[in-house]
Write a protein that binds this ligand. Sequence first.
Ligand SMILES: Nc1nc2c(ncn2[C@@H]2O[C@H](COP(=O)(O)OP(=O)(O)OP(=O)(O)O)[C@@H](O)[C@H]2O)c(=O)[nH]1
Ligand SMILES: [Mg+2]
Length: 200
Amino acid sequence: MHIRSAEFIQSATRPGNYPPEQGPEIAFAGRSNVGKSSLINNLVGRRKLVRTSRTPGRTQLLNFFRINDQFCMVDLPGYGFAKVPPEVKKAWGPMVHTYLAQRASLRGVVWLLDCRRVPNDEDLQLLDWLEELQIPTIPVITKIDKVKRSQRLKQLKPILATTGLPADAFSSFSALSGEGREDVWERIVEALGLDGEVGE
Ligand SMILES: Nc1nc2c(ncn2[C@@H]2O[C@H](COP(=O)(O)OP(=O)(O)OP(=O)(O)O)[C@@H](O)[C@H]2O)c(=O)[nH]1
Ligand SMILES: [Mg+2]
């Protein structure tokens, strides 16, 4: 995918302040600190389009980005960070569920899981919503650079067991090495329905 432009549009918490729907949209979801913002930056090749942080739970809003004047990427707030105030935690579910249920231009969700963690109730809750709402889901195992190649299959087992998804449903990705970037792009382009419209 050739990126000609990538710009931040706005942040929002509820439908009243989402930007107008302009072209197809893809959202990025997963627990806090899993690497959502890093994945977006890596995909669009802008190191600082989205703020990333060592402190989990920094992104507590829906952040909308417009790419190539053609489609949108939405960085969803991360869940599951213990130190977030209770009122912020309570707001997360309705904020994300409302977006998933109401955004007509949403074509798919990239769902990130850390390769070293067993998916927990919040991860599985999100997967349930995506299935219920029939939103095409692109499961991505992140931070794959943290696991030796020989250990990867073993590392994947608890993730397959808890999610019930087959191994080939997952793409592996590393924001450090860029491994998996092309694979994730291909799946996003397909979800957005842009096949044939974009050149490398
Ligand atoms: N080793 C490694 N570190 C990564 C990778 N992706 C992200 N990180 C690091 O993980 C931390 C969190 O990354 P973010 O991209 O900010 O995570 P996030 O999911 O956007 O987090 P929230 O905004 O808090 O929900 C940062 O210190 C990143 O540098 C990866 O593929 N490999
Ligand atoms: Mg983030």
